[in-house]
Design a protein around this ligand. Sequence first.
Ligand code: MLT
Length: 311
Amino acid sequence: QENKLYRILVSDSMSNEGLAPLLESNTTECVLKNVKEADDLDSYDALLVRSGTTVTEEVMDQMPQLKIIARAGVGVDNIDIDAATKRGIVVINAPDGNTISTAEHTFAMMISLARKIPQANASIKGGEWNRKAFQGTELRGKTLGIIGFGRIGSELSKRARGFEMSLIVFDPFLTKERAEELGVQTGDLDEVLSQADIITVHTPLTKDTKGMLGMENIKKTKKGVFLINCARGGIVDEEALKHYLENGHVGGAALDVYEEEPANENELLAFDNVVATPHIAASTKEAQLNVASQVSEEVLQFLQGMPALNS
Ligand code: MLT
């Protein structure tokens, strides 16, 4: 029986160990090269990406052999799903491989905000010894508002309980039964906005969530609120956030994701009370191994004729 050799383009950097199923299979050939640099796009059967590659209709037009696009991560907002569907290309992701890493990073960002750790770190390393400037707030007894209560939101809630925080959750897809089972208090968006001391978003970026924390909604929050976005740039409207940081309504923000990435020119970075990281919530050894191996195994199975699970 003829053994077809499938060509796989790995466009963003990924865990090599995670890619092992594809690297070691004698039915696949992996090429590690960015889509933008590849001049042989027409020869690939599968494309693996993280968030660094935008898979547009134009890219797909150059890849007539393409059968499957795999996102080694959760958010598929960098892939034109409609264009893929039109061409019969399957899109898969790794929905749970980086849940814990992202929940932990969000928690780290929350503590960083509350205790001004990045600012204090920069200060002492800059030769200062300024104990007054870095008085913080405790998390205990504060209300954490979680918008989007999927895998990451619910892992975060477990950690918040350990810190004796109160929780209020908004998620239109969360049933009452499931909320009771998880023991969380739910509210509508306005209730979360008006009751929470700290608000964190854990939704995908869709037309419904884009700009969800914008001029109108941020106005409904408590004065001094902390806002956290470790989900997707654009869920928190950056112009609005800037406005409310400038007038002091928002007490601080922690951002891992931005409307435009890389975000080196982002004006929000200039605020003292903005804690920022460069889209690294999922960047742990564990998460990167998980997501790369999850999509590698699925791509291999799909090319061998099995159905795609996480499509
Ligand atoms: C994701 O959607 O999984 C994260 O943003 C992580 C990544 O971009 O790799």
